[in-house]
Design a protein around this ligand. Structure first.
Ligand SMILES: Cc1ncc(COP(=O)(O)O)c(C=O)c1O
Length: 390
């Protein structure tokens, strides 16, 4: 069982930070790795050929371990989710009878625009599965609607394991079974999931998984990691950079232009993947996450949040956490979420407003006092802002 890890960070006591789904903080270990990387390029003669390749290889292997992947070469270093998904969307073949892209309602834009473009280009239908209205359990009803939408016409399912705005979680095993039955390509944006929740790529067998590094992976901004399965290994990358070509570590022969890429998913690494500051930071962050363990992180968040659910409901807030590191608070009618967010900010509580709900995203640095502070300020704010209920 994991204890509170606040001492691993420099968060101070002024702000109640319940907003990892916005930006994960950098731990002391990650900061130190960044400083070392910075020092390296202060005197560039310290940067050797090995610095271009070895830290990247180590990072790929560490991410592979996090997601249970067998081949580190299936992992690519990316600058963003949109970049990683662009590589996937650019390599979706036209398959007979398949004319639909299925996704979730109000997906994060980086996992929308690339599919909208593909659908426009191919004249396919974009199906955005919304949560059915008035269902007793949103999670169950939305899952059922998603599974119903996947059939023999579905070329691609592009989704997230947990919805970025509300944390609604989807039954990945059931989706896996359905997409495999129909020969559908399955692409996951696991940004709001990996690191804080167990995930096994070999069991689920999606075709691609991409995640931003700067949230629950606790790494720097400007870096994402992607895993690409065999269906993409002969794909055409959206850019052609020298380092992705065979023998690119032989600096003396870079202009012996190579027709061949490095193996498997190595064609999808971004140009200048070897960022001497960000790569070691991401490495330190993933090692930290692996030491704590996604399962134990999820359990920590559960122990933090579960004791407060009854009290939240008692003050009129709807809450149905499907995962414990990210969940929405549905406010009573008449309460303006933006106004409430301002009140929370006035009490130095950092959460996000996404649509009609307040998104809360704890991590291992949060304490029971943080949750108590949130609930008390919510209670006082609702008393002050909500219209009388009877
Ligand atoms: C689900 C999800 N995907 C991706 C991103 C970031 O995308 P990108 O790396 O393209 O900026 C976010 C940011 O909030 C997100 O919530």
């Amino acid at each position: 069982m994991l204890d509170c890890q606040k001492s691993a960070f420099d968060l101070g006591d002024e702000v109640t930070y319940l907003n990892c789904a916005y930006l994960g903080p950098l731990s002391k270990r990650v900061q130190a790795a960044g400083r070392e990387g910075l020092a390296l390029k202060v005197q560039p003669w310290h940067v050797s050929t090995a610095h271009f390749f070895e830290p990247c290889a180590r990072l790929r292997a560490t991410f592979a371990r996090l997601i249970g992947a067998r081949h580190a070469d299936d992992v690519a270093i990316l600058p963003s989710v949109s970049y990683g998904l662009a590589n996937a969307a650019a390599n979706i073949p036209a398959l007979p009878g398949k004319k639909r892209v299925v996704m979730l309602h109000e997906q994060f834009p980086s996992n929308y625009y690339c599919w909208a473009r593909l659908a426009r280009y191919r004249q396919w239908e974009l199906v955005q599965v919304a949560p059915p209205r008035g269902a007793a359990s949103v999670t169950q009803a939305w899952n059922e609607a998603l599974l119903d939408a996947i059939d023999e016409r579905t070329a691609v399912v592009a989704m997230s394991p947990a919805h970025w705005a509300t944390g609604t979680a989807f039954d990945l095993k059931a989706v896996s079974e359905k997409v495999h039955r129909h020969g559908t390509i399955w692409v996951l944006d696991a940004t709001q999931y990996l690191g804080a929740h167990p995930f096994d790529v070999e069991t689920l067998a999606p075709d691609a998984v991409v995640a931003a590094g700067y949230k629950f992976l606790l790494g720097p901004y400007g870096m994402a990691l992607g895993w690409y399965g065999e269906r993409f290994h002969e794909g055409m990358p959206i850019e052609e950079n020298w380092a992705n070509r065979k023998n690119s570590d032989d600096f003396a022969r870079l202009v012996d232009y190579q027709p061949e890429y490095r193996p498997r998913a190595q064609r999808f690494n971004v140009g200048e993947q070897s960022n001497f500051i960000a790569i070691p930071m991401m490495q330190a962050a993933l090692e930290q996450v692996l030491e704590w363990g996604p399962e134990r992180i999820q359990d920590y968040c559960r122990r933090l949040v579960a004791p407060w659910l009854d009290r939240l409901r008692a003050i009129g807030i709807g809450v149905e956490p499907a995962v414990w590191h990210l969940f929405g608070l549905h406010l009573p009618k008449g309460v303006d979420p933006e106004q409430l967010k301002e009140r929370l900010a006035g009490q130095r509580i950092s959460v996000s407003v996404r649509g009609a709900s307040v998104r809360v995203a704890p991590h291992v640095y949060n304490t029971a006092q943080d949750m108590e502070h949130l609930v008390e300020v919510l209670q006082a704010s609702l008393r002050a802002t909500a219209p009388a209920r009877d």
